[in-house]
Design a protein around this ligand. Structure first.
Ligand SMILES: Cc1cc2nc3c(=O)[nH]c(=O)nc-3n(C[C@H](O)[C@H](O)[C@H](O)COP(=O)(O)OP(=O)(O)OC[C@H]3O[C@@H](n4cnc5c(N)ncnc54)[C@H](O)[C@@H]3O)c2cc1C
Length: 385
């Protein structure tokens, strides 16, 4: 074991680990981030399509993502890095009364937590998204403060700025165990050596359960795979991320938006879920989603798809993240189970973790941590997974 001592060791340089390293280093602490892959953001982070919204059904996620939006939207002005933030908003559309009811019910919670979100009837929604198929359209939610950014550029920005502030990174190195003394973390073991620390944050994404088990712990994170694609860039015609939550054969919801430089980026939630860590893209994804997208927005019929890919959602049993200190081991913190929203949750979760490590959690943080506790019942269910 080396003698170098770190304030915190973060397992995983992904959507959560990178902003966490940034906030810890900014607070003057010395974090070490270890990742099995060769560079930052090579796990699920690079598979995310870049959607960032605070329009959730749970207060904890709403609060965390409001913080994330503040970070993403001010990043370029504060640090000079272009992360392709675009504030186009989000719209959940309703073509049937069932979805209209679900979305309108959620509006009440969302508005109570200060979100700028409203219901637009058919004609008003068509003014915001003129290319939506008007047939049977009832209306939809519109949250103009939500947006998108580039997961690749923001990963690099968090990484660079964290390093400038003293964070250290080890790539192509795998965490293999935790060293503990009398129930307290004292270090971490890897396939290349070891590091002394009193605090370990498990931000291992789809691989978080295996990382916890190496420490003699367990956390219910199960990966399932989702596919996405990107088209050629075209002149801007679409403002918000469009989300259609109607189930269809082989899929649940799907969502797409026009990214800053012009391409349409899109993604679907398969039904039944495809559980496992296989990241090879399939032949059925594109035809399935293309049909649904063209049906919703006929104008997309002639746009050319450039590339598709498959990545992993680190799923928790109820669709909510798992964040908190492990009761069985002092100094071991979970920041896992981010499901389909780890990119947008990352900065909010990272800032919260930095306060946890410094012992400066606020009353609001305590409420968030209670909702996301690793020891909750896992009985509920996120309505907008
Ligand atoms: C197709 C698709 C589209 C998506 N779109 C969006 C979106 O629009 N918006 C959004 O918010 N989210 C989106 N997501 C979800 C998002 O990508 C994930 O929720 C998020 O990346 C998870 O972040 P994480 O930090 O937990 O995991 P990751 O980013 O995967 O980081 C975990 C890291 O931990 C490392 N690791 C794990 N175990 C070890 C170990 N033992 N030793 C060393 N390293 C280890 C891994 O190598 C990995 O790099 C999408 C996902 C997919 C697949």
């Amino acid at each position: 074991m080396t003698t170098k001592v770190y304030d915190v060791v973060i397992v995983g340089a992904g959507s959560v680990g990178l902003p966490t390293a940034f906030f810890l280093a900014q607070a003057g602490l010395k974090p070490l981030v270890i990742d099995q892959f060769a560079s930052p953001g090579q796990g699920s982070n690079k598979a995310a399509i870049g959607g960032i919204r605070a329009t959730h059904s749970a207060p904890s996620k709403i609060r965390l993502c409001l913080k994330s939006i503040e970070v993403f939207s001010n990043w370029q002005e504060t640090f000079g890095d272009d992360i392709e933030w675009y504030q186009g908003g989000y719209s959940f559309v309703a073509y049937r009364e069932r979805e209209e009811r679900v979305l309108k019910d959620l509006l009440k919670i969302q508005q109570a937590y200060g979100l700028d979100i409203r219901w637009l009837g058919r004609d008003d929604l068509l003014k915001v998204i003129p290319d939506l198929n008007p047939e049977d359209l009832i209306g939809g939610t519109y949250s103009p403060k939500d947006g998108s950014a580039s997961p690749l550029l923001s990963a690099h920005a968090f990484y660079t700025r964290a390093r400038e502030r003293g964070a250290e990174f080890r790539f192509s190195e795998r965490v293999t165990g935790i060293i503990r003394r009398r129930g307290q973390v004292v270090g971490i073991r890897t396939d290349k050596g070891g590091y002394a620390t009193g605090t370990v944050i498990n931000a291992g994404g789809a691989w978080a359960r295996a990382a916890a088990q190496m420490a003699g712990l367990d956390v219910p994170v199960v990966p399932d795979s989702h596919e996405a694609g990107i088209t050629e860039p075209v002149a801007r015609f679409l403002g918000p991320m469009v989300v259609d939550i109607r189930p269809a054969d082989g899929s649940r919801n799907y969502y797409f938006y026009q990214h800053g430089p012009g391409p349409i980026v899109f993604c679907i939630t398969p039904e039944p879920p495809i559980v496992g860590t296989d990241r090879r893209e399939t032949s059925i994804f594109l035809s399935m989603i293309a049909r649904r997208m063209v049906d919703l927005m006929p104008k997309l019929a002639n746009i050319k798809v450039r590339r598709t890919w498959r990545g992993l959602y680190p799923m928790s049993p109820d669709g909510f993240p798992i964040v908190g200190q492990a009761r069985e081991m002092e100094g071991y913190i979970y920041a896992v189970g981010m499901c389909g929203q780890g990119y947008m949750l990352g900065p909010g979760v990272g800032a919260l973790l930095a306060r946890m490590v410094q012992g400066t959690v606020t009353p609001e943080d305590k409420e968030i941590l209670e909702e996301l506790s690793p020891y909750r019942e896992f009985g509920g269910g996120e309505k907008l997974k």
